[in-house]
Design a protein around this ligand. Sequence first.
Ligand code: PEP
Ligand code: MN
Length: 341
Amino acid sequence: MIIAIKQGATEGEVQRFTALLEKQGVKVNLSVGASQTVLGLVGDTTGIQEKSLLAHQLVEKVIRVQEPYKRANRLFHPDDTQITIAGIDGETRHIGGGYLGIMAGPCSVETRDQIIGVAQAVKQAGAGFLRGGAFKPRTSPYSFQGLGCEGLDLLIAAKKATGLPIVTELMAIHQLELFDEVDIIQVGARNMQNFTLLKELGCCRKPVLLKRGYAATITELLMAAEYIMAGGNDRIILCERGIRTFESYTRNTLDLSAVPILKKQSHLPVIVDPSHATGLSWMVPPMAKAAIAAGADGLIVEVHQNPEEALCDGEQSITPATFAGLMHTLQRYAALENRIW
Ligand code: PEP
Ligand code: MN
């Protein structure tokens, strides 16, 4: 971090300010030029806020050279993080570090036959994880809210029937005690900046699928990951799921450029959700392929046996047959780039 000091500041003022900065654990290099005095801060500046420095009368300008996130930063962890999940079927699955993690299943768990049927179909097609919402964040309070605890039980039944690890959304901290058998906890777009929830997940020892908020910048997504990591949980999978723009043809705008940026800035695995990003089932296969080509470490895709009758997000759900076709193509893409399925 570089701090430019205003002209006219006395030596004593600069010394007192330097001592204040050093108390915050950083080393301060002073450089006095003919017309400008500059302080260079060396060390961990993540706890120092640019805005509060500007409150000091002698400060002209603050330039941050290091990102405000540390644990999520590739600078401090050059190797890719790989998330490993041991399945009850004896198979170990990985996401990141060359491994692709494919999560598939309905938007919401609806019935036992639905969730077990779709789990068997996506497993057969090559998915490594089963998705399904039990607690649903819906825009309208009158829309289907998910089956709640019953949905969670059905999802666990599908896990037992197929061996697929399960990923499902947690909306509130008090639900955590129900998530013992959940393999990956999803934090939805709407909760990406629910800092109380993020802190709590930092104390939890389960992998977290952190979805990008629909108005969140890449830095805000990484800061949300940092919240979880600061609590001691570094098993995080980032998810680009589309952001809100002026375009209204698609439900959101899939920001595929986030994938290479996130992978450059962070060591955490990055997956893409082409279903919520587009809101249109026919766009899911091409965007899923584009995501893998852009370097994503996996996908989360909504699949429903009968999208017309889905209780949630049918218009963006693909059928098991379409999913199987997509998996077939993606397996060939993966082989081309020596990525491990
Ligand atoms: C979901 O995955 O079911 C979901 C609601 O996603 P998002 O939080 O990205 O809207
Ligand atoms: Mn959905």
